[in-house]
Each structure stands twice: as structure tokens, then as C-alpha cells.
Design a protein around this ligand. Structure first.
Ligand SMILES: *Cc1c(COP(=O)(O)O)cnc(C)c1O
Ligand SMILES: [Zn+2]
Length: 408
């Protein structure tokens, strides 16, 4: 059986095409991201929606849409097929009658970053690459360290000095070589680029490596399948590098071409933090590309991305889908974390909570209708961010004393 229908790479900006027989980075002609292209006709002959039903519940159930040619190269920790949870209680509280949470907190390293890195590390393995490096706000480094450990690759990770403690710990425990950067993810990216020649590592930066976005595409494939091949009206996504937004949009394009989903596609809504919102600003100003954000600051570390190579692609997705882009404050994010926990029992990461804060705001502004089917992405687990919420002094009971009196 044919595992993958990958046919070639195509530049997302200038359309130049490239072969898939060796590692590639960005387009040599224009420096923009390369997209994997597939023989979709081949897929439509080889696969029906029904064939998927009996397959394992990981991203690899969509192997025909993924770039790995040989099964033995797949490095997996069981990532994907995360639950799509109807959030009726929370929906009622914020005036949305058909609200769902795609809960990526159940991924092997606790965030959706596993999707992209499972695919990218598998592809590196397929190419015989043995040393990999990544600049990261934290969660991507943790995911790369995990898959790198499982594949036996040498992993170098570079993250901001003030990245969440848990991210540093995860990378360290997984045996990666961990370096902290004086600066943010952009500066970390420069270090990875500088070391490329002399240290001979492969740069796994998002959208500079062509296959991470393929892994993230599976969020779109799953949504379609989990909703019975009918997409929701609106998708709200916390946007850093924008890979998730871009990946889902790519998935919808492929499914549409196969005739597996009816048009129209969902409105794609990008959420950023008030303290770091280059995409929102560019969207509002009608620009095709985003200016770097000065002095970015937010508790949502995963979306603290002041400049992204895929900015023009995120902006295209937002506009083509007739979506929008919105900011939320750190205070609103913390409130939303509490709302989600109290109403649905879900411990969201701040980035995920940002989508709930945005849903609430957009509903108030009338940009979301009460009856619309809205999917908010909780991109990771709140368990990685223990420092964010204050725990009040809790009552301590002495079981040998008068417990009931203390409880009254
Ligand atoms: C990386 C990250 C994001 C942003 O993802 P992009 O697809 O790069 O925009 C959102 N949430 C969390 C938890 C992340 O780690
Ligand atoms: Zn190009």
C-alpha cells in the first residue's frame, strides 16, 4: 500500500517548484516558505472517507496526506485525534449556543506542537539527518526534544531566557542540548541560522522546514472528520507564527479539491495578545505583511512572536476566509482560563484561553452570532503554567480536632 502521495514542493509566494528527494528549507529564489503538494487524484482513487473509520486514532490515520514515504521512518508518540468537546456551559455563559473546544492539551507533550514535530522529525529521519536544531518560544522545543529523543537524534534547542520553566525542564529531561537566549524567538532563530554551516544541524524552524505545517494540517483534517465532513462556521486560533492557521487552511483546500467537504470554509479568526499583535495590526491596517512588534510582552509565551516568516500567509487566510483578527489582554486571558476551568473542567494554557476571551469579546461586539458553530482551539495544557494563577490560602484541617466545626 502506498503510504504517502507527496509529489513535490511549491513556493507559497513565487510558485517555483522543487523536488522532494532531499531536505529543503525555504524557497531559494524568494526566501519564502515551501508547501508540500500531493497527488490528490491518486489519493481520491486510493482512499475513501469510510476507509479512515477503522484506522488508529493518531495523525497517521491521514498518512496519504502526510509526507512520509516509509512506515519505518514514522516517529510517533500517539499524537493527534484530540477530543472535540462541546462546551455548552461555557457557551451559555458567553452567549454562544454551539461552542466547541478542540482540546490539544491531550497531546504527548501537552501541546499541538507535537503534530508538526512528529512529522518533521519523521521526515528528518527519512532523510538520514542526525542533528536537529530549533528556535522556540518553548513548546516547540519541548516537542522536538521528545521526538528527537525517541528517534535517537541529537537535538539542540534555543529558547528565550524567560521561557516557561516547564519548557526548559522538559527539554533537559529529554536529553536535548538546551540553550537560553538573551532575546526572543527571533534572536534564537538567528543563532540556529549562524550554527548551520559549522555545526551541520538541520534547521527545524516553523515554515523554514517544509513539513511541520503538514503535521499541523491534521488539525483541519480532524475537525472535518469529527464534524462528519462539515466544517464549523468559525475557527478561533491563538496565532504566533501562524502555522496552525495556515496548516488548517491548507487542509481545507486539499479536502475541497477532493470533494470531501462542501464550501464555504470557516471564517478563520486569529487571536493575539495586546502586548504582541503584529498580525492584528497588519490586518487592521490592510497590509499584506506585518511589521515586527517592538518590545513584545504577554503571559501567553507561545504567541509571543514579534515577527513571523509566514505573516503574509496568515493574513491571506484571515482575509480569504472573511475572518478577522483580534487582541485580548493578559487580564482577559486569565479570566478566560478561570471561565473554562469552572464551566467545563478544562485547564487551558493561556494561549488557548485567549481564544475563549476572543469568543466572548466577538460575541459582545456582534461579530459572532448566537447560533453559529464556533470552534475555539485550546492549543495546550494549563498544567505547564503553574506560575500563572495565584492560589489563595486554603483551609487546613486537623483530622484529630473538631473537623465539622471547622467546616461550618
Ligand atoms: C506555538 C503555540 C501557539 C502558536 O502557534 P502557531 O501555529 O505558530 O501560530 C499557540 N499556542 C501554544 C500553546 C503554542 O505553543
Ligand atoms: Zn519562491
Amino acid at each position: 500500500m502506498k503510504l504517502s502521495f507527496l509529489s513535490h514542493l511549491e513556493c507559497s509566494r513565487c510558485g517555483a517548484t522543487y523536488p522532494i528527494d532531499g531536505p529543503q528549507t525555504v524557497c531559494p529564489k524568494c526566501g519564502k516558505p515551501l508547501f508540500a503538494r500531493y497527488d490528490l487524484e491518486g489519493i481520491s482513487r486510493a482512499l475513501t472517507k469510510g476507509d479512515l473509520a477503522g484506522r488508529g486514532t493518531s495523525i497517521w490515520r491521514y498518512r496519504e496526506f502526510l509526507p512520509i514515504a516509509e512506515e519505518e521512518h514514522i516517529v510517533s508518540l500517539g499524537e493527534g485525534f484530540t477530543p472535540l468537546i462541546q462546551a455548552a456551559n461555557l457557551g451559555e455563559a458567553i452567549g454562544l449556543g454551539d461552542l466547541w473546544v478542540k482540546d490539544e492539551s491531550r497531546m504527548p507533550t501537552g501541546t499541538f506542537k507535537d503534530r508538526g514535530l512528529a512529522v518533521a522529525v519523521s521526515k528528518a529521519q527519512e532523510f538520514g539527518i542526525t542533528r536537529i536544531a530549533i528556535p522556540s518560544a518553548g513548546n516547540a522545543a519541548a516537542a522536538m526534544a521528545a521526538y528527537g529523543a525517541r528517534a535517537g537524534l541529537e537535538a539542540f534547542v534555543f529558547m528565550p531566557q524567560d521561557a516557561p520553566r516547564m519548557n526548559k525542564l522538559e527539554c533537559f529531561l529529554r536529553g536535548a542540548k538546551v540553550f537560553l537566549i538573551k532575546g526572543l524567538i527571533g534572536e534564537a532563530g538567528k543563532v540556529v541560522l549562524q550554527g548551520r554551516e559549522e555545526l551541520g544541524w538541520f534547521d527545524m524552524s516553523t515554515l523554514k522546514e517544509p513539513y511541520r505545517v503538514e503535521g499541523k494540517k491534521t488539525m483541519g483534517l480532524e475537525l472535518a472528520e469529527q464534524f462528519g465532513w462539515e466544517l464549523p462556521d468559525v475557527i478561533i486560533y491563538p496565532t504566533g507564527g501562524g502555522t496552525g492557521l495556515i496548516g488548517m487552511w491548507k487542509a481545507f483546500a486539499e479536502l475541497e479539491e477532493l470533494g470531501w467537504i462542501p464550501s464555504p470554509r470557516p471564517r478563520m479568526i486569529a487571536v493575539q495578545a495586546e502586548g504582541c499583535a503584529p498580525i492584528v495590526r497588519a490586518y487592521r491596517e490592510g497590509r499584506a505583511e506585518a511589521e515586527p512588534w517592538e518590545a513584545p510582552a504577554t503571559i501567553a509565551a507561545g504567541i509571543r512572536v514579534p515577527a513571523a516568516i509566514g505573516d503574509f500567509l496568515s493574513l491571506q487566510v484571515i482575509r480569504e476566509s472573511k475572518g478577522t483578527a483580534i487582541t485580548v489582554s493578559d487580564g482577559e486571558i486569565l479570566e478566560a482560563m478561570e471561565l473554562l476551568a469552572r464551566h467545563e473542567g478544562l485547564m487551558a494554557c493561556p494561549e488557548g484561553a485567549a481564544t475563549i476571551a476572543a469568543a466572548r469579546k466577538l460575541r459582545k461586539q456582534g461579530e459572532l452570532g448566537e447560533a453559529e458553530r464556533v470552534v475555539a482551539f485550546n492549543t495546550g495544557t494549563g498544567l505547564k503554567y503553574p506560575q500563572l494563577t495565584q492560589l489563595p490560602d486554603l483551609p487546613i484541617l486537623d483530622p484529630s480536632g473538631d473537623v465539622v466545626a471547622a467546616l461550618l
